[in-house]
Write a protein that binds this ligand. Sequence first.
Ligand code: FEO
Length: 404
Amino acid sequence: MKAVEIKDGLYWVGAVDWTVRDFHGYETPHGTTYNNYLLMDDDITLVDTVKYDFSEETLRSIRGVVEPSRIKNIVVNHIENDHATRLDRIMELSPDATIHITDRGKKGLGRFFDISRWKMNVVKTGDTLVIGKRTLIFLETPMLHWPDSMMTYVKDENLLFSQDAFGQHIASSFRFDDEYIACQSMHELEDSVLDYYANILMPFGQIVKSKIAEMQRLGLNIDMIAPDHGIIWRTNPDKVVQSYLDMANGKADLSVPIIYDTMWHSTEMMAMPILQGIKDEGVGCQLIKLRATPMSVAVKEFWRSRGCLIGSPTLNNMLFPTVAEFLTHLRGLRPKNRIMGAFGSYGWSGGAVKEAYSEFVRMGLEAFEPGLQVLYKPSADDERACYEFGREFAKKVKELHQKY
Ligand code: FEO
C-alpha cells in the first residue's frame, strides 16, 4: 500500500500481510500488518522496520515520500523477526543512518546481523533525540514484548509509537480505529485487542501496569497510539489503554468456556449437562473442542472468562494430548485471577483429571475440587452429577467474580 500521512509530515510506511494465518504458531484469521513510520523533519527518521518478505513493499512506500538514502535515524523499538529481519537491507540503502536502540536490543541485533559498521546509539528511558522541530523521548519497556523492547514518544505531537503493545493482528485497508469501527465494528476491534493481549502479553500484566503508570508519571499525554501491528488509535487511545489496565487488573466476563477433547464422545457427553448447569446458574458458557479450535482461540476465550473447565479423557493414565498441550501452553502464559475445574471419562484406571489439577496447582490458580470422573460412558445418574458439578462450579465462579 502507499504511504499514509497520519499527522502532518508523519507517514505510515508499513506493509499489510493479508494472508498470514500462522504467526509463529498463533492463528491470525484476519492477517496482520507490520507498521513502520517515517517522520519528515530536519533529520528524517524511520521508526521500526518490517518482516523479511515485506521489505521491498515498505521501501516502495518510503520512496513515495523520500529517498531512503536521506534517512538519518532509524529507531528500532523491537528486534523480533516480524519487525527487524531486513534491517540490513534498509541500512544498505540508508548508509548515513544511526540506529537508536536499547542496550539489550543492540546485543540482540548483533546476533542477527553484522552490526560492526552500523552507527548505533544506545538509549535508556527518558533519553531524548531532537530531529528538528520534533523531539523523541524513549521509554524502555522490557518484556513488552521482548527484553529489548522500548516505545518512542513524540513530544508536542502527543504520539506514542508503542511497538507490539496496543496492537492487533488485523489486515485492513484502513489505518485508523475510527475508520475500522465505521466499516467493521468496535466489537471486532476489541476482540482483536483481547486476542492479542491474551496470546502475547498475558504473562506481563504487572509490567503493563507499571509502564502505564510510568508514562503518567513522565507526563506523557497521549492523543495517538501507533503500534507495530494493526490499527492506529487516533480516536480511542484512552480506551485501549484502559482496556490494558483492566485486563492487567484481572477484569474478565462472568463466563466459563469448557475447553475439552474427547475420544469416543464420553467426555463430550459429560460436557453437555455441565454446560446446562452453568447456564442455569446465570453464567455464560460455551464449549470449545480443542481439535476443532485453534489454540490461540481457546486461549482468548479462556482469558475472556472468569472460570474455565477442562475436560479430558484419560489416555494411558494421562491427559489427552491436545488437552496436555493446551495446559502446558497456558502455564507459560502465567494466567491469574481465574478459577479452574476438570472432568473427564476413563476406561482403565483414570489419571487425566488428577493431572489437570496438578497443572492448576503449578499455575497457581484457584481450583474447584474435587473434579469429576466417569467410567466409560455417563449414565443418567452421572449426567445429573455433571449438571450439579456445573451448577456448583458456576457458584464458585460468581464468588470469585465479585472480588473484581
Ligand atoms: Fe510483533 Fe514481538 O513482535
